[in-house]
Design a protein around this ligand. Structure first.
Ligand code: UVW
Length: 317
């Protein structure tokens, strides 16, 4: 522990949406994605071009994960060699087949965080008691997000290109004002209820640097300010998607606190977080044709009481 200010103190005047969508709500700001928002997203489709935003699980080049997590392990259970053995399962007609399983952190690849994934002060999203996390998320697990699905207008904010860099640097920050300026420079302003999809290309450094990537781990990203939180609230942002492991600067340079926005945005406002997205193909296409908006669709796996789940979001331009 450091002597950094506590999240409770730092965020004591920060807005919350607890109770706004009812005492039982588990999907938070996704409630902003009404039918009209789905239709607004569909209106942004102009070319019929499809981009999948998930990183390969078990990438031969490595899987970037939050420190302390490990990449998925895939184990082959059945393959043709199974039938070299006398005790192989026999099926009428001579059927053979392949089966495998993975042992994976549910947040070990492109993923949705459950709204209850982080907390402080003993309370999760919507005021649920943190003890409801024990042994599995009784409240605000990822399953209700999977059940609902996420569909709306997405807007790519290519912060790396905007800053003229191949990748943002370790610990580099940007604010909501930078997002607005990036959108203006790209020629398409951010609208209320847009799903923000922010590119830093920071994980390129994981592939370039190998294990030394984790030395002094401090990802670039959005940095907390009361004005930024109010902007998310006023803009009714439902979902923040990035290509980093944890969507925000890991340690706030102003106070040293870890993952402030996970708390100010997700725990307090109910903004869903999508992490480790692969935005490279989408971003090159947007840079080529200058169309930065698209229909964004995603649904994490419905895993009972889980804190998060892998996802393969689809953007359609
Ligand atoms: C943590 O909350 C620690 O990580 P993430 O949001 O990346 O799953």
């Amino acid at each position: 522990m450091t002597d950094a200010i506590s999240l409770e103190e730092l965020l004591k005047d920060s807005p919350t949406n607890w109770g706004k969508w009812g005492a039982d709500d588990e999907v938070g700001a996704l409630n902003y994605l009404t039918k009209d928002e789905v239709l607004r997203g569909i209106k942004s489709v102009q070319q019929g071009e499809v981009f999948t935003l998930q990183r390969l699980i078990n990438d031969p080049k490595g899987d970037p994960v939050w420190p302390g997590r490990s990449p998925a392990e895939r184990t082959m259970i059945l393959d043709e060699s199974t039938w070299d053995k006398d005790d192989a399962p026999q099926f009428p007609g001579g059927l053979h087949y392949a089966d495998d399983k993975i042992n994976a952190f549910l947040q070990g690849s492109t993923q949705y965080d459950a709204l209850g994934h982080v907390w402080y002060g003993g309370k999760l999203w919507n005021g649920y008691d943190a003890r409801t996390t024990i042994g599995g998320m009784e409240k605000a697990s990822v399953a209700p997000i999977g059940e609902r699905g996420v569909v709306g207008r997405g807007i790519l904010l290519d912060m790396a290109r905007f800053r003229g860099k191949e990748t943002l640097d370790k610990g580099e920050t940007y604010t909501h004002e930078d997002l607005v300026a990036c959108a203006e420079a790209q020629g398409t302003p951010i609208e209320k209820r847009d799903i923000l999809v922010i590119r830093t290309n920071f994980l390129q450094q994981f592939f370039d640097q190998g294990d030394s990537f984790y030395e002094g781990f401090n990802e670039p990203g959005l940095v907390y300010s009361p004005e930024l939180v109010q902007w998310f609230q006023d803009m009714e942002i439902p979902n923040l998607v990035t290509d980093t492991i944890a969507n925000e600067v890991t340690y706030d340079p102003n106070n040293g606190v870890a993952l402030v926005l996970h708390n100010a945005l997700m725990r307090n406002l109910g903004v869903t977080l999508t992490e480790i997205a692969d935005l490279e193909k989408l971003a090159s296409s947007c840079a080529d044709d200058k169309q930065y908006t698209f229909l964004y669709t995603a649904a994490p796996l419905k895993v009972h009481r889980a804190t998060g789940s892998p996802v393969n979001p689809v953007a359609i331009k």
